[in-house]
Design a protein around this ligand. Sequence first.
Ligand SMILES: [Zn+2]
Length: 216
Amino acid sequence: MNIILLAPPAAGKGTQAEILTDNYHLNHISTGDLLRSVSKEENDLGRNIKQMMESGSLVSDDIVLEVFNHYLEHTDNMNLLLDGFPRNIYQAEKLDEILKEKNSQIDYVFLFNISKEMLVDRITGRRLCESCGKVYNVNIDPLKPKIESTCDKCGGKLYARKDDNEETFNIRYNEYQTQTSPLITYYQNKGNLYEIDSSVSKEDTFRQIEEILGKR
Ligand SMILES: [Zn+2]
């Protein structure tokens, strides 16, 4: 079983990926993690990727595909959960070819739906404890600390991360929209796109995924 997750920033994709991986014994592949690990290897490919990442340029489609292909050759678990890949139609088409060669295919593409306003609330309300790292959200009732700016667990001071602001979010959100909309059409046409309402709790979000996968 192969799954792709498509979700805007802060829509809970990471959490769902974790739950899915645990419950269905999937091989969670995040392209970012994969590239970072190959970039540490002492070979031409590794050095190439390291250079691209350091210069801040996007790693080219063919290199992403090469790394992905190489990884597949060396893994035992062919039940894939893809995160951040494919990034565009070219990669999606190549991915289909790679899987077809292995008599496999993409079975489910989960598209996380949530309003932009709600995402902004999540991002701008996020607070972390500077002592223990526990995460809070001052815009979401069940995630608020009991005492303002103070960690429930250890009494530490809470702070907002620099990146958790509306400007940074808008840039990432627009990138996501531009990148994802052609992929949505691509998978819709293939008939394997499933929409998930991710404005609800992580449990309710996962329940929708489980229902589609036909397992309870
Ligand atoms: Zn704390």
